[in-house]
Ligand binder design. Structure first.
Ligand SMILES: *Cc1c(COP(=O)(O)O)cnc(C)c1O
Length: 352
């Protein structure tokens, strides 16, 4: 069993994941990526809500909400937010009400983006969805709505954007502990960790966990949203808080490394390199990435490998943070020309 360094005993915590998410070695792909030893930590696999790293954060955030006697979870996101979808799923599982404040901040429309993927799943989980125009201030709107909910006798608990605060980071510190244990059992130790970084709590939590466990792995945060300088500040501040909360030695902010070369035109806007990474991993390993987070992060990993950022034989861990529903919201990016049309004779034979 994974040592949690007292985390789950000291903080209110609910269990949303199985004992461990799988850690899978991809030998031939690692060989092709400049001869690294490549592992993928499958945080996209779970029994609740379709899976994803936000479940890690929700283990601690919802633990706190329940401690405070809340009966309603409130959170924010973009229209195709994985965090909103998983908050809705957890609320459904626990019999809580869920209020989602979603902003139309990605310049995208159409039936797929507005109705499929995370939007579809969020509706299935029964959340109340409030869609704001891009210029509306979600925090201000939320403050007003909290008043309405309280008048209705509800006890709301607000989870920040992306679940990125100290509690959320503790969830990802837990992931780091698990990872170190799993590698140890395979006689390996991480030299590099590559992860998609958006609101920053995921990278911060991994850094805090690795720090607490005494690992010197370098964490490459691949930004999908902010410029490097801004994201560095956010990640450092959350990681510091998490280290303090764990009662650990002070966090060394010089360890924070953010790479913003893979954002492309902006959050939620994929580009050819991302689609190519998605096709490559699907077509060679049967592993599915998403167009908003993991597709960009894996594009970063591929290019870092090409540029010689990893020495041959080094152990590189890609944290698969989830996001699969996004693939369906963006399926129009993958042109129908790729589909092979079966001739009628093939068809009749196949179904004969
Ligand atoms: C939210 C999310 C991330 C990034 O996590 P942050 O804590 O917001 O930086 C990465 N991948 C997926 C699939 C996500 O949903």
């Amino acid at each position: 069993m994974t040592s949690t360094y007292g985390l789950t005993a000291r903080f209110n915590h609910i269990s949303l994941l199985s004992e461990e998410t799988p850690l899978v070695e991809h030998s031939s792909l690692g060989e092709r990526l400049s001869g690294i030893r490549l592992f993928i930590k499958r945080d996209d696999i779970a029994t609740v809500g379709g899976g994803g790293n936000k479940l890690r954060k929700l283990e601690f955030a919802v633990g706190k909400a329940l401690e405070e006697g809340a009966d309603t979870l409130v959170t924010f996101g973009a229209l195709q937010s994985n965090h909103a979808r998983l908050t809705a799923a957890v609320a459904a599982k626990l019999g809580m009400q869920c209020e989602l404040v979603l902003s139309k901040r990605v310049p995208r429309s159409g039936i797929l983006y507005e109705n499929n993927g995370n939007v579809l799943l969020t509706k299935l989980f029964g959340a109340n969805v409030h869609i704001l125009s891009p210029d509306a201030d979600p925090l201000e709107w939320c403050a007003h709505h909290l008043g309405v909910l309280r008048q209705q006798g509800r006890k709301p608990y607000v989870i920040p954007f992306g679940g990125s605060d100290c509690l959320g980071a503790l969830g990802m510190a837990h992931c780091a502990f698990e990872l170190i244990d799993q590698l140890k059992r395979q006689n390996a130790k991480a030299d590099h960790v590559v992860v998609a970084s958006g609101s920053g709590g995921t990278q911060a939590g991994l850094l805090a966990g690795l720090h607490a466990a005494g690992s010197d792995a370098r964490v490459h945060g691949i930004s999908v949203l902010h410029p490097a300088e801004k994201l560095c500040e956010i990640v450092s501040s959350i990681a510091k808080e998490a280290c303090t909360a764990m009662g650990d030695k002070p966090f060394d902010a010089s360890k924070v490394q953010v790479n913003d070369r893979y954002v492309g035109a902006g959050y939620g806007i994929p580009y050819d390199g991302v689609l190519d990474s998605i096709r490559m991993l699907a077509g060679t390993e049967g592993v599915l990435l998403d167009p908003v987070y993991t597709g960009k992060a894996f594009t970063g990993l591929r290019e870092l490998a090409e540029q010689g950022a990893f020495a041959p034989g080094e152990t590189v861990v890609f944290i698969h943070t989830g996001g699969l529903p996004g693939l369906f919201a963006y399926s129009d990016e993958f042109t129908s020309a790729e589909m092979v049309t079966a001739s009628s004779s093939t068809e009749s034979r196949a179904y004969a």
